[in-house]
Design a protein around this ligand. Structure first.
Ligand code: IMP
Length: 218
């Protein structure tokens, strides 16, 4: 069974394939199936954007499709940058421009009020129009100066109290175990397993249709 990981980001594609490596599926990318277009992220929530991407690419490719949307929510900024995380400092800005703007917007905010969370919503869409979602979130605080060299995005300013480190100071294997993305994968896994069972029951023939339906609706 083939699953489309609907991302142009090779790092994310690898991360999903690794986190779900035990499933009997072949992962393909958007470029593998010849899709060059981007779906505009017009939703107001991570869930809306993830569903929009998964459903559009599933329809275009005819494959079971996994898409995600993620970002950082800061309590003192009423949830910003949120779904705008990638576009926070405008077009052409770098990761550093974005976290510097965040630090500037938090100037004068005391430590205990710098609570934040990384959120990731994964959507899985079937080519027939069913969409399933799951969310993962990792809480922390925004510190005052960047620390660490790993990761990307807002990782250098995101402090995780339980690890006494920023996300960018964690080794990639550790981040990939505890991140909002890893938690969302964990949450969506049972659904994905049922969809894989559904697909293999269907491929056995029409007499297994009831079994397949039951697996997909469990
Ligand atoms: P997207 O889900 O790839 O659209 O990511 C949206 C934006 O959220 C990224 O460009 C980053 O700025 C931020 N972001 C999402 N996940 C992470 C993460 O694991 N670390 C740091 N920043 C992240």
């Amino acid at each position: 069974m083939k699953i489309l990981a609907a991302t142009h980001n090779k790092g994310k594609m690898r991360e999903y394939a690794e986190l779900l490596a035990d499933l009997p599926v072949a992962w393909v990318s958007l470029s593998d199936v010849g899709i060059e277009t981007d779906v505009e992220e017009t939703g107001d929530t991570f869930e809306e954007n993830a569903c929009l991407k998964a459903a559009t690419y599933a329809c275009q490719s005819g494959l079971l499709t996994l898409a995600d949307d993620s970002g950082l929510e800061v309590e003192a900024l009423y949830g910003a940058p949120g779904v705008q995380s990638a576009r926070y400092a405008g077009p052409g800005a770098s990761d550093e421009d974005r976290y510097r703007l965040l630090l500037a917007n938090l100037e004068g905010v005391p430590d205990e009020k710098r609570k934040a969370r990384f959120v990731c919503v994964i959507a899985i869409a079937t080519p027939h129009g069913k969409v399933f979602t799951a969310e993962g979130a990792r809480g922390g605080y925004i510190i005052h100066e960047p620390r660490g060299e790993h990761g990307f995005g807002y990782d250098p300013v995101f402090w995780i109290p339980g690890y006494r480190a920023t996300m960018a100071e964690l080794e990639p294997e550790v981040k990939n175990r505890i991140s909002h993305r890893a938690l969302a994968v964990k949450a969506i896994r049972p659904r994905l397993e049922r969809l894989v069972r559904y697909d293999s029951a269907l491929s056995l023939g029409a007499e297994h249709r009831d079994e397949a339906e039951a697996a997909s609706n469990e």
